[in-house]
Ligand binder design. Structure first.
Ligand SMILES: [Zn+2]
Length: 310
């Protein structure tokens, strides 16, 4: 489980006028299989206490260095990820693969590049990183305050053309596959020999996924089918704890199906949106997930808009 240090609370509270109790989040690595680890961040919003690490990250230890999947949302977040990695291996991070263009996937790139790591992504992922950098830094400034200091957006520099790429790093084979679902530029990282998939923001576990204005639920449903066809033994989601495919399906895949097959279908049939959203406000299969109350209606609304336009 993540560790929290109450000691920093007072300093943070004074610096950022935070009300009530708070605690700094310090990431720890947990073993998925031998040599493959996940770092599971908190499920809530980006905050000064979590340095924007409100997501799940992963890394692979090879005989010649560490392959990190996603670099965190800030310089400080990246430093914390590096510390969590050092607690399990003395190997340096030699490669960083970005599964996407949302802040927590890549804004720590500059930190690892300065330590000598190569930053790898699909070319289209790097393009959306560059496109959204300014907007993300502004949003993070509001959420992280002074703790964003030192963060320099650095889009991935080692680029793979097309929608799929196979990488050989430190004797490991990794495959990158474009999903373009939750956020433009999203991708999966597959470790075919080990049955592990780092899904990026395609899969949310423990918390309800968010449909953003730039998400595509139709593409997400298709990408989830691709994930299912891979039959991974271990799913390292974009948010939440490591799980098996069945759980990823229950908490994410089934929700994409609901959105497409129920809300999307109602939109195509030109039913009145408000009535549709109210009828499906209470879903027993998903309401136990964190952030359900805050996100579910907006998710249906955005899905409706996506399918209405088709
Ligand atoms: Zn995310």
């Amino acid at each position: 489980m993540p560790k929290f240090i109450p000691g920093i609370c007072l300093t943070l509270a004074l610096a950022f006028s935070l009300p009530g109790a708070c605690a700094e989040y310090l990431p720890t690595a947990e073993r998925v299989i031998d040599g493959v680890y996940a770092i599971v961040g908190p499920l809530g919003q980006r905050s000064p206490e979590n340095d924007g690490l409100n997501a799940t990250f992963g890394f692979v230890v090879t005989p010649t260095g560490v392959i990190l999947v996603d670099s965190g949302a800030s310089q400080r977040g990246a430093e914390k990820l590096a510390r969590a990695i050092r607690a399990v291996t003395s190997q340096p991070v030699r490669w960083v693969i970005n599964t996407g263009s949302q802040d927590h996937r890549w804004l720590g790139n500059a930190y690892f590049a300065a330590q000598g790591a190569q930053i790898i992504a699909l070319r289209r992922t790097a393009a959306t990183q560059a496109e959204f950098a300014g907007q993300q830094m502004q949003a993070l400034e509001r959420l992280l305050g002074q703790r964003l200091q030192g963060t320099e957006p650095l889009p991935a520099g080692t680029l793979q053309d097309g929608d799929e790429a196979t990488l050989q790093l430190g004797g490991e084979t990794l495959m990158l596959r474009y999903t373009d679902a939750h956020f433009p530029g999203d991708a999966l990282v597959i470790l075919p020999k080990h049955g592990v998939v780092f899904t990026g923001d395609l899969v949310f576990v423990d918390r309800l996924l968010g449909v953003l204005p730039m998400s595509s639920v139709a593409r997400a449903q298709r990408a989830f089918r691709t994930l299912e066809a891979l039959k991974p033994a271990h799913v390292v989601p974009g948010h939440g704890r490591v799980c098996d495919l069945a759980r990823a399906k229950r908490e994410t895949g089934d929700y994409y199906d609901f959105l497409v097959e129920t809300i999307g279908a109602a939109a195509k049939a030109m039913e009145p949106m408000d009535e549709v959203l109210t009828r499906h406000a209470n879903l027993p299969a998903f309401r136990h997930l964190e952030n359900y109350d805050g996100l579910h209606r907006a998710n249906m609304n955005r899905t409706f808009t996506e399918f209405e336009a088709q």
